[in-house]
Design a protein around this ligand. Structure first.
Ligand code: 3PY
Length: 249
């Protein structure tokens, strides 16, 4: 059985005040122990988040990392610096990083490797644009993104990854994939993983991301190959985020 993971990607949003209210809401929410929960705030909140969440069982994620462990990379943050804040997870290859910051598959791969080397759990984000979907290229694009990373890793490394399928056309647009559309792509990714190694297909958590909200979470999460969610806007509203966590468990 795969334990669902609900992770809230705050993007360039949030504040110390939101961190406090999220922490209070999460700690009084009685979230089932059968669900893993993580919040992914901006870099500047990580140190404080690490302190506030210590011992709570809530995971802490970062939104990206630099592949080198240290050096003259003004403005960048390495895996070891993230770990000092108490970070356990890191997003890699979010579509906003791929498009706005020109991170191609190779840039994604080196970041996944750096995260794994440091003992962080990379959440590898993959997904197609609307044009690619309309041109019938979902399989080529999504499996291409998965393959570039997975084929360059050992089986043990692959087993430490989480994959998030986030159709680009559903990110920040309010449009959501239907449960059937999402399930279809998740099943395709899982079939590819199983083909590579049955235990990988069986064990890997595949999250859905792209406008998952309190009112559509239950339907998406009830799909057999959807093992959680990477939540955008709704993760900034403590009550909505908790409702999604409850829907997962
Ligand atoms: C969204 O739902 O908008 C996301 O990008 C989650 O990462």
């Amino acid at each position: 059985m795969r334990k669902p993971l609900i992770a809230g990607n705050w993007k360039m949003n949030g504040s110390l005040a939101l961190l406090d209210s999220m922490n209070q809401t999460l700690s009084s929410a009685r979230i089932s122990s059968s669900v893993d929960v993580a919040i992914i705030p901006p870099f500047t909140l990580l140190m404080q988040a690490g302190k506030v969440l210590e011992g709570s069982g809530i995971g802490l994620g970062a939104q990206t990392l630099h592949p080198e462990s240290s050096g003259a990379y003004t403005g960048e943050v390495s895996a070891s610096l993230l770990k000092e804040c108490g970070v356990s997870h890191v997003l890699v290859g979010h579509s906003e990083r791929r498009t706005l910051f020109n991170e191609d598959d190779q840039a994604v791969l080196v970041r996944v490797k750096a995260a794994l080397d440091a003992g962080l759990v990379p959440i590898l984000c993959v997904g197609e644009t609307l044009e690619e979907r309309e041109a019938d290229q979902v399989e080529t694009v999504v499996l291409g993104q998965v393959r570039t990373v997975m084929d360059a890793l050992s089986q043990e490394q692959c087993s430490r990854l989480v994959i998030a399928y986030e159709p680009v056309w559903a990110i920040g647009t309010g449009r959501t994939a239907t449960p059937e559309q999402a399930q279809q792509v998740h099943a395709m990714i899982r079939a590819w993983l199983s083909d590579k190694e049955p235990a990988l297909g069986e064990g890997m958590r595949l999250l859905y991301g792209g406008s998952m909200k309190a009112d559509n979470a239950a339907d998406l999460l009830s799909q057999p190959d959807i093992d959680g969610g990477l939540i955008g806007g709704a993760s900034l509203k403590p009550d909505d985020f908790i409702a999604i966590c409850h829907a997962a468990g």
